[in-house]
Write a protein that binds this ligand. Structure first.
Ligand code: HAM
Length: 420
């Protein structure tokens, strides 16, 4: 069995699982279009520099997790580790830099070379949105509202929303200095990752999960004191808008997020159903620079991990509606009945039903077993007698009743039973 396993951290999604994925995609489409967002599809790989510049050289994703390869022309390409940078690259072909708002959503596979665990994959799927071109705290709040609407529509209750502000680059200079002064005196008692972050991205120390570090982090200076009034007001307005929308949240000053492009608002949603990997979705406002650009693209957005949405639905035992059609199985008793059944199956499909024809001369018993396995709603049985008399036996699989009907009435009869 292991011989046919896909590479570590990737999975096959079989037809039985696929309806749950489609349910998420369709629900998202409905929620996002109610906010006037349209779908954007971008390539699965981009020039590597899009991610280096877009996400920041210092981010863990860029330093350690990217799947990078060279194409035949010697260009460096990377499988997208997230959606935002590629979406910005595409939107630079519009008027976003002149403040013309673009509202887009996307979904599809992303790739990160992380250590696989439950809910942590190397190929995973995100569903995300980006509202690009304008800045206003109320847009940030509406973006968060969209995420909460999505979770509600998917039956994901008990989701916990945390928000924070990262200020703007200028706010962070003195704040980072104050944090450094504090942590330098405690670094001996902290973990190795924190020690490395002291000289790299000091903000990442704040979301270290190690208990010994957390005790020290809890007493760190309140960096918000160093932010300008303007930045503090921006955050206040986000909170006011969330309150107006009736969205519950906690302000978590230790929420910094792992990507470097964030400014002002950042947020994350966690859920108990996910175990160790508790973040179901994350996002925030950003200023993202692409290669050869001295002006950033601005926007606000989020991405939710589809595997994690499914995990939360499973933990909550959400009943996902099946989108499978009604199935009619055509039993063919004798080779000579097959062409007539192929023709009848085509007519059933035209009428909107799912039709499966048996094309081999198997026994009645074996064909009825197949009908059960396919969870057929109706079996239409044709033997040489029925063929000769232009009839067919209709077996209703839900109650086991059986009637012989004229062949040219078969579609009509099936619809009568199956389409209520
Ligand atoms: P992120 O927090 O890196 O943000 O990822 C968003 C979500 O993707 C996570 O909350 C998680 O549900 C899922 N995810 C991330 N890595 C994995 C993995 N290895 N396995 C399974 N699921 C995973 C971003 O990607 C930003 N681009 C979000 C954003 C959009 N910010 C602004 N706009």
């Amino acid at each position: 069995m292991a011989k046919f396993a896909p590479p570590p951290g990737t999975s096959d999604i079989f037809p039985e699982e696929a309806p749950k994925w489609r349910n998420i995609e369709r629900t998202a489409q409905k929620v996002f279009s109610s906010y006037n967002f349209g779908e954007l599809r971008t390539p699965i790989f981009e020039y590597t520099e899009i991610f280096h510049r877009g996400l920041g050289e210092e981010t863990e994703v860029v330093r350690k997790e990217m799947y990078t390869f060279e194409d035949r022309g010697g260009r460096s390409l990377t499988l997208r580790p997230e959606g935002t940078a590629g979406v910005m690259r595409a939107l630079l072909n519009t008027d976003v830099l002149n403040g013309v708002e673009q509202r887009v959503y996307y979904y599809g596979p992303m790739f990160r070379g992380e250590r696989p665990a439950a809910g942590r994959r190397r190929q995973f799927h995100q569903i995300g949105v980006e509202n690009v071109g304008r800045i206003a705290p109320e847009l940030d709040a509406e973006c968060i509202a969209m995420l909460m609407d999505l979770l509600n529509s998917l039956g994901i209750t008990d989701a916990k929303l945390s928000i924070n502000t990262r200020g703007v680059a200028a706010d962070r200079v003195d704040a980072a200095k104050a944090l450094k002064e504090y942590f330098v005196n405690h670094i001996g008692e902290m973990c190795e990752d924190c020690a490395n972050r002291l000289s790299g991205n000091i903000w990442r120390i704040l979301d270290c999960k190690q208990e010994k570090c957390r005790q020290i982090i809890a007493k760190a200076p309140d960096y918000l004191d160093f932010f300008t009034e303007e930045s503090k007001n921006y955050f206040k307005r986000v909170c006011t808008a969330l309150d107006a929308l009736g969205i519950e949240y906690v302000h978590d000053p230790l929420l910094v997020r792992g990507l470097d492009y964030y400014v002002h608002t950042v947020f994350e949603v966690s859920h108990w159903g996910l175990g160790g990997q508790s973040a179901i979705a994350g996002g925030g406002r950003y200023e993202l620079y692409l290669p050869e650009q001295n002006r950033p693209v601005i926007g606000v957005g989020f991405a939710a991990g589809m595997e994690r949405l499914l995990m939360a639905q499973e933990a909550l035992k959400v009943d996902v509606p099946s989108d499978k059609g009604k199935v009619v199985y055509l039993v063919s008793l004798g080779e000579e009945t097959v062409p007539a059944n192929l023709k009848l199956a085509a007519a059933l499909r035209k009428a909107g039903l799912v039709a499966v024809t048996e094309v081999e001369a198997k026994s009645m018993k074996s064909q009825m077993r197949t009908a059960d396995r396919l969870k057929a709603d109706i079996a239409l049985i044709t033997g040489s007698n029925e063929l000769a008399s232009g009839s067919v036996v209709l077996k209703n699989m839900s109650d086991g009743t059986q009637v012989e009907i004229p062949r040219d009435k078969a579609v009509e009869e099936c619809l009568k039973i199956l389409v209520k």
